[in-house]
Design a protein around this ligand. Sequence first.
Ligand SMILES: C[S@@+](CC[C@H](N)C(=O)[O-])C[C@H]1O[C@@H](n2cnc3c(N)ncnc32)[C@H](O)[C@@H]1O
Length: 280
Amino acid sequence: MNTADFDFLAGTLKERSGLMLTPDKVYLLESRLTPLARKRGLDTLDALVQKLRMKTDQTLLKDVTEAMTTNESFFFRDNTPFDLFKNHVLPAMEKARGTQKRLRIWCAAASTGQEPYSLAILLKEAGIKYSNWNIEIVGTDICTQVLEKAKAGKYSQFEVQRGLPIQLLIKYFTQEGDVWQLSDDIRNMVKFRPFNLLDNFAALGTFDVIYCRNVLIYFDQKTKGQVLDRMRKVLASDGTLFLGAAETVLGITDSFKPVKGQRGMYVPSDGTAEQLMGLG
Ligand SMILES: C[S@@+](CC[C@H](N)C(=O)[O-])C[C@H]1O[C@@H](n2cnc3c(N)ncnc32)[C@H](O)[C@@H]1O
């Protein structure tokens, strides 16, 4: 791939999804976009770039963007963000939202659904305590293909073996040949919809908890800052933000601060969440 084509593709992807591609990632463009070119009846990657340059085919732009996303996810990934949710966030929300009994959780890069479903299972396991609460879990992602898989709630043996304790597998899934089907009970607890983190957040409403894990790593510093600042605006002042293990707010934005000693957990800098959770 020549430099002009690389620059064009990298620029297009950054503008469309925030994904930052450095020249050492040419191999990634080639390995992910060549199959797409073939699927579209185009002989080479050059031909695909030419077609994209013509800007006449919006679905091609969408397909290219989706092909370049990294969708790796697994149940209860990294454990800590789920333990912290169970042991600190939920008890704090019980105190603060005990009257309204309403909780909104946003998984902002939900991919194939394991993260929001892990939260749904965790809440279900908490049982009767939250049965009369109105709890909404919203899972969004830029990639519509992964959202289709998430909605279906069908996972392979390999996928259910990653992070999901066996007793939860048996309790909430049924085996259908090679596939493990998540129960309707859990599936109905999560609403999935396409959403680009570069877009305006206003239509999403406000949340008490946001999981935005393992997506900011693909953005440049400026984009990370802009996304985090907008997240602050849709998070309650006593709410909590979880980022991935390789992500932070430090040096990026003052809207959030890390919760001391609690990896991946952040709260609004001007908020009251730490005191509420007894972590201040
Ligand atoms: C590595 S997965 C993370 C999944 C899950 N949060 C986890 O930690 O297991 C990253 C996801 O971010 C999504 N993504 C990338 N750019 C995005 C954007 N601009 N807006 C929304 N989602 C995006 C990708 O499609 C992908 O599914």
